[in-house]
Design a protein around this ligand. Sequence first.
Ligand SMILES: Cc1cc2nc3c(=O)[nH]c(=O)nc-3n(C[C@H](O)[C@H](O)[C@H](O)COP(=O)(O)O)c2cc1C
Length: 366
Amino acid sequence: MDRMLKVEKTSFSFGSLSVFPNTILSPMAGVTDPPFRRLCRDLAKNRMGLLVSEFVSTDGSSDFSLKNRKELKFYPEERPFGIQIFGRDPVRMAKAAGLIETLQPDFIEINAGCPVPKVADKGGGAGLLRDLDRLAAILRAVKSEIDLPMTLKCRIGWDEEHINIFDTLRIAEGEGVDLLTVHGRTRVQGYNGFADWDIIGETASRAKIPVVGNGDIVSVNTAREKLEKYPIVGVSIGRGALHNPWLFGQIADAWEGNPSLEISLKEAFSIFEKYYGYMLEDGITASGALGRLKQLAARLCKGLFPENLIFRQSLLTSETPIAFFEKIALFIEDDCSLNTQFYPDRLVNLNGKKENEVTFGRQFKG
Ligand SMILES: Cc1cc2nc3c(=O)[nH]c(=O)nc-3n(C[C@H](O)[C@H](O)[C@H](O)COP(=O)(O)O)c2cc1C
């Protein structure tokens, strides 16, 4: 049960933007496209804080162009909305940022956190943390090209021997970054283990610019605890949004002093129809949409108590959207669902393993 304790920090500002609640739906490639963002917005009654695009590559052999970039699509009702770019080349990044500015997002974000080898090993994403001069050059070039606020999202360092977030902060401040989001893992950690919130907190306490913390926020209480303990202005929520797409609304309700709403099993599983409808409206094919339904189902089913691995497995092996929805309808009508509760923040950690199974092993080679 959430403590009905008043949180002091419920909003933040940067540039001329004022953001309530002080949450960000973390950009996630292959997840946070317009239909998923719309689903979260809908469940939160539009109280999302900030929304960001999936990342957009600026690397390539031909000139950056705005054509055929589905990640750039956003709707006016999503504001305040930012577009995130990644790449290794300051000139290409600046040119891309200039073109993207013509689409009139509310801010442009530089990615210095992507751990994927094909990005990081080529010097983009988290690769920039091994070459802070390059990061500085990118920030400088982008800043001089755009009038919009520029934000930076980064990790705390490349690996545990090279935690350089305080240097990154100094560079960000020197190059005019308006808001810094710190994911408290190293590149080598990937998404394993837990984020180091003490380092995020120390960064925020040294910062002259607003700092948002990111990593392992799964409930109103985890958001509240981090905001109370550390001098961050807000929290950015990634995988927690897949386990609990209601989370932004729950946080907004808690900050506004509203009672927290219980979500029935039926309500929980009705969001799939809504999500599917949004995907079709957005031009996603039925088979593409099925993959995304399963992606959400895999996480949402972790909130079932008692666990029901047979139902989960059966959903995840559905061959068509119709079969997927039939299985949900049967489950909801079935007697066993009468004894099943849905607790979206029941999960122990975001790595999909039970607490004692968490591995701190390396996901990526240093
Ligand atoms: C599937 C997936 C895709 C991601 N794509 C991006 C991305 O495009 N840009 C980015 O800055 N971070 C990306 N991330 C990282 C998240 O934004 C976030 O920093 C990370 O998941 C830690 O937050 P969490 O513990 O709340 O999930 C991605 C993460 C996941 C799991």
